[in-house]
Design a protein around this ligand. Structure first.
Ligand code: GTP
Length: 264
């Protein structure tokens, strides 16, 4: 069995739910960002993304009129229902999508320009459908991703168990030096919790990836997760010799201690 097949075999995402949007309804987000993926607008950008890092010699301007110095592609991946769209909407708009769950169809993206030290970093964030039937669409996007935020749902053990299969898939399709961060989402749901924080930490350690728990609902660590990834990508790109190497997990741990965060 090929590695690809093995990865697929292991992954057993939640049973598919009927999406409310049709792939043909889409023109994916550009400029200020695409749709949230909630109302059937802007879903399922079928065309492969244009490749590569934007690191212009002078600031560029985004479609929303914001200047930026460098741009990166970040993908959100993980089982259906773990909260990828909600995490993106929380980060981009500071809101939580409560109410009935509508699965993402295919793939969608939104942009956000962040100030990292004195640099303007544009993140183009791709929200992928977690459902197995869209996997072949999302595979095409992995190779252009500079960072992957891999989510599981702390209230859903099988989404955690599937992380190994997701990591196999990432190794198969993404660039070798892609930045990967593991996120245990829905940390606000203390009563329904099925995965302890320590289990997430242990798995992340095993695979050598940084880890934190998040909540798209409360906003816990959402900004931090994207900031940490943006910092890592910026440091990798600038490679300033006098700068000491940026340590992503150290940064995350320090920031979490500072804000006195973390749920359990
Ligand atoms: N309590 C809680 N619920 C959340 C959180 N994030 C998402 N949800 C809920 O989980 C459900 C699924 O969220 P989505 O963001 O649509 O999940 P997704 O990973 O994008 O799902 P697919 O599009 O199918 O891949 C929704 O009902 C959300 O309201 C969170 O942090 N806390």
């Amino acid at each position: 069995m090929s590695r690809k097949k093995a990865a697929r075999g292991k992954a057993s995402p939640r049973s598919p739910r009927s999406p409310k949007a049709s792939p043909s309804s889409s023109s994916s987000g550009s400029g200020g960002g695409g749709s949230s993926g909630r109302s059937g607008r802007g879903l399922a950008a079928a065309a492969a993304p244009s490749s590569g890092l934007v690191y212009p010699s002078r600031p560029s301007i985004s479609h929303s009129g914001e200047f930026y110095d460098m741009a990166f592609k970040v993908m959100l991946v993980g089982d259906s229902g773990v909260g990828k769209t909600c995490l993106l909407v929380r980060f981009k708009d500071g809101a939580f999508l409560a109410g009935s769950f509508i699965s993402t169809v295919g793939i969608d993206f939104r942009n956000k320009v962040m100030s990292i030290d004195t640099t303007k970093v544009k993140l183009q964030i791709w929200d992928t459908a977690g459902q197995e039937r869209f996997r072949s669409v999302t595979h095409a996007y992995y190779r252009d991703a500079h960072a992957l935020l891999l989510l599981y749902d702390v209230t859903n053990k099988s989404s955690f168990d599937n992380i190994r299969a997701w990591l196999t898939e990432i190794h198969e399709y993404a660039q070798q030096d892609v930045v990967v961060m593991l996120l245990g989402n829905k940390a606000d749901s203390t009563h329904e919790r099925e995965v302890k924080r320590e289990e997430g930490e242990k798995l992340a350690k095993e695979f050598g990836v940084p880890f934190m728990e998040t909540s798209a609902k409360s906003g816990l660590n959402v900004e931090l997760a994207f900031t940490a990834v943006a910092k890592e990508l910026k440091h990798r790109t600038m490679k300033e010799p006098e700068e000491s190497k940026f340590q992503l997990q150290e940064y995350v741990d320090k920031e979490m201690r500072t804000v006195g965060c973390c749920s359990s």
